[in-house]
Design a protein around this ligand. Structure first.
Ligand code: 26W
Length: 812
């Protein structure tokens, strides 16, 4: 049944009235948004219920994606869109004198993640539902998301992100499905009257895990999957023991705030509590649900797949063992076979400092039974591995080493599948980071290159481009992204090239207006919009970008009559609050921006915009307007990247090192349609192995570079308090860990090529078109199809969906 505009208006009015007891005409934007959100949630609730029932009735295999982070973005528009209601709602709102865009701004953007890993989890949720794959998310309902970033005098300041302040219309608290999670205390094993070993606990801290469920709506297929986020509370029956507010703190703090660190592991007790809390509640709830299938326990792996998103949820493995041993009374061998066949693991980073290692003492105190099980897993691993492979490899791959629990080793030993997130990254896992394991278990390793959902990142973020594509190649690409390649046929079509250029220009105009409104900076929409949006980290090399800007600024000042192609550099990046160097880089970029944007000699030739508080909603505004996608990490360091895919799909040309998925971008679109520079990953490994890198030597011998670097310390940039020195020092005096100086020259050359090409608008747009047309392989639908087929062995269940066709050129 399709919803008419008239029916919508009537139902919306009554929805509003039932919530607020006055007319919608009196409503605030927040209230109107809440009413609309709840209206949509009611609308989809039947499909939500039926999807759940359908899965149980048909005993289908389900996948559970365990992740400490999800970054869903705003859900109003995407839910309305996937349900096929968007146009009707827009029209209805207009008739009532409102606009969807305006109401949408009242929606909080749930920042329950740090960056790429969390956003990937949410793209996957969208694809699972859209493909009709029975798949659920499992995570934490943090009361405070990733901090809100402000700049004060160019410095990053962190403010709390209270995203739940005005309620969250999408979630449903599910008191029927709570679980109890136990921490600390003493544990021992005792034979019970049936002769089974039973785990006995005393003095534990009991925490009630309360699930909040959020619908994950499939694209026009009536499927609604579930994202389950857990919140920690005091068990009702223990409430009387908590006399003061203070006493409740240790429980409430568990799900209070997201750790704002990515790519850096800190061995904090609270984080370990969060990990176990989420894992224990998730596994308990899965096994309880499995009982509805009325099947023997040995069939669990036929009906359940649990995915471990980076090592953060790796305690799934001992937790599942605990339940199967202590509560289901299976033998170790039976329990292990079930656990191992159920679990799979994705690695998302090769940075050593990001790999989790928990102190044994901490684990023992907090999770005594879990630690006993980990010890046993480790012992059995050592006992079976050492006789075959010898002591060296066994020692290097053990879970318990030097007083720590190595979580990556636990995840690898307990999972039947281990994957990286881009071809190069998987190779590096096999040859370097997890090399010894690759020798033990080659068959477990596989690659699954990341993907993005076109629905959010093209259809909704870029309606202009979507209309153009619909008009040129029909609408089939929306269900089947591989159809995008048909757009290649328009490469030589002058009219299409002009139309595409117009779409991009309008997007840039819109972003320019937004920049002016937000920051008061006037930027020329005819300039090249050069975009780097991602977490701030030295390995991602925002400071290389900064050095090029500085170099260009000096060039403009010294050569006033030279003809420059106007450029607007756009940044969005948060730094981990404790990451000093990253914060210093932010300050340098901001001070440099201040200098450049206010220098009358510069004018339109150069502008620098650093957005505050980068996140999903901002990305949706920036990406459609980008001309250049900066993907300039030191080769080998970026596992995959996903902004590279979003920017490509929106017609930006990629300026990149051969790192992560940039390599696959090159394979699909061709080297001639992007700008590649810098060391290859092989060269990086060789340079590291040789051990003779000398950044100071480069500084001394390269005049251009020296001139630029000196400007960091000679008061060229006003407002700095030593941050310029800090960057200079790390690059020149501390031997430049990420080879910024080594890649500087070739980066500058690549940037010159960018300018030269931009002078030829049609040629530029033609390449932009080829990028859009070649971006289909990075659809998360394909990625999820491969996870479902190769790793999880789950089927596309729903009847209505169109089965995803494999690509012509598979990424394996
Ligand atoms: C323990 C602290 C911590 C927290 C988060 C360490 C590491 C992380 C994440 C693994 C960091 C992350 O988000 N990695 C990114 O994952 C993306 C999705 O696969 C990739 O595209 C990025 O290249 C990778 O940096």
């Amino acid at each position: 049944m399709t919803l008419t505009v008239k029916a919508f208006i009537k139902e919306f009015k009554s929805q509003f009235q039932s919530m607020y007891a006055y007319s919608y005409k009196e409503g605030s934007t927040e209230q109107l948004y809440n009413a609309l959100g709840l209206y949509i949630k009611n609308y989809l609730s039947r499909n939500w219920k039926e999807t759940k029932e359908d899965y149980v009735e048909n005993s289908v295999k389900q996948v559970y994606y365990f992740s400490m982070e999800f970054l869903p973005g705003r859900q109003l528009e995407s839910n309305a869109y996937n349900l096929g209601l968007l146009d009707t709602i827009k029209e209805g709102l207009n008739e009532m004198g409102m606009s969807l865009e305006e109401l949408e701004e009242a929606e909080a953007d749930p920042a329950l993640g740090n960056g790429g890993l969390g956003r990937l989890a949410s793209c996957f949720m969208d694809s699972l539902a859209s493909l009709g794959v029975p798949g659920n998310g499992n995570g934490i309902r943090y009361q405070y998301g990733l901090f809100k970033q402000k700049f004060v005098d160019g410095y990053q300041v962190e403010l709390p992100e209270n995203w739940l302040r005005y309620r969250n219309v999408w979630e449903t608290r599910n008191d029927k499905s709570t679980c109890m999670v136990k921490f600390g205390g003493n544990v021992w094993l005792e034979k019970n009257h049936l002769g089974y070993m039973e785990a006995k606990y005393e003095n534990t801290l009991n925490v009630l895990a309360v699930p909040y469920d959020t619908p994950m709506v499939g694209y026009r297929n009536n499927v609604v999957n579930n994202l389950r986020l857990w919140s920690a509370e005091i068990p009702v029956e223990e409430e009387e023991n908590y006399h003061t507010l203070e006493a409740t703190e240790p429980i409430k703090e568990i799900t209070q705030v997201l750790y704002p660190d990515d790519s850096n592991y800190e061995g904090r007790l609270l984080r370990l509590k969060q990990e176990y809390f989420m894992v224990s509640a998730g596994v308990q709830s899965i096994l309880r649900h499995y009982k509805k299938y009325n099947l023997p326990r040995k069939n669990i792996p036929d009906k359940v797949a649990i995915h471990i998103n980076d090592t953060h949820p790796a305690l799934v493995i001992p937790e599942m063992m605990r339940i199967l041993l202590d509560e289901e009374h299976l033998s170790w061998e039976q329990a292990w076979e079930i656990t191992f066949k159920t679990c799979s693991y994705t690695n998302h980073t090769i940075l050593r400092e990001a790999l989790e290692k928990w102190p044994i003492d901490m684990m023992k105190d907090l999770l005594p039974r879990i630690y006993m099980i980990i010890e046993e897993i480790n012992q059995r691993f050592v006992d079976t591995t050492a006789p075959i492979y010898g002591d060296r490899i066994t020692w290097q791959t053990a879970i318990l080493q030097n007083g720590v629990v190595n979580m990556a080793h636990l995840a690898v030993i307990g999972s039947h599948s281990i994957n990286g997130v881009a071809k190069l990254h998987t190779e590096i896992l096999m040859e370097d980071v997890l090399k010894d394991f690759f020798e033990l278990y080659p068959e477990r390793f596989n690659n699954k290159t990341n993907g993005i959902t076109q629905r959010r990142w093209m259809h909704l973020a870029n309606p202009g481009l979507t209309r153009l594509l619909d008009e040129k190649i029909g609408e089939e690409w929306k269900k089947n992204p591989s159809e995008l390649k048909v757009f290649k046929g328009f490469e030589q079509d002058e009219k299409t090239i002009k139309e595409l250029a117009k779409v991009k220009f309008e997007n840039k105009q819109r972003l320019a207006d937004y920049i002016e409104e937000l920051q008061g900076i006037k930027v020329n929409p005819k300039a090249i919009f050069d975009v780097q949006i991602k977490r701030l980290h030295a390995y991602k090399r925002q400071h290389l970008n900064m050095l090029h800007i500085l170099y260009r600024y000096l060039d403009i000042k010294e050569n006033p009559s030279k003809d420059f192609v106007p450029r607007v550099f756009i940044f969005g990046a948060k730094a981990a609050p404790s990451y000093m160097y990253a914060k210093q880089i932010i300050k340098v970029i901001n001070s440099l921006a201040e200098l450049i944007n206010n220098d009358p000699d510069v004018g339109d030739k150069l502008k620098v915009v650093f957005f505050e508080n980068y996140g999903v909603s901002l990305a949706e505004k920036i990406i459609p307007a980008a001309d250049i996608s900066e993907q300039i990490s030191l080769a080998s360091m970026e596992a995959s990247g996903t902004s590279n895919m979003k920017l490509m799909a929106n017609g930006a040309l990629t300026l990149a090192t051969l790192d992560g998925a940039n390599i696959e971008i090159k394979d699909f679109v061709g080297e001639e349609n992007m700008f590649i520079f810098g060391l290859s990953s092989k060269e990086v490994y060789e340079l590291k192995a040789a051990g003779n890198y000398n950044s100071k030597g480069i500084y001394e011998s390269n005049e251009k570079l020296r001139h630029t670097l000196d400007a960091l310390t000679n008061d060229t940039i006003p407002g700095l308090n030593g941050e310029g020195y800090a960057v200079f020092d790390s690059l020149v005096n501390y031997n430049d860990e990420y080879f910024v100086l080594k890649d500087f020259e070739s980066y500058i050359k690549a940037q010159e090529k960018v300018d030269a090409l931009y002078r030829n608008t049609d040629e530029w747009t033609r390449k932009s078109l080829l990028n859009i047309a070649s971006s289909a392989p990075f659809s998360a639908d394909y990625t999820i199809k491969r996870y479902a087929d190769d790793i999880w062995k789950v089927k596309q269940h729903s009847e209505q969906k169109d089965s995803v066709q494999p690509l012509d050129e598979p990424l394996t």
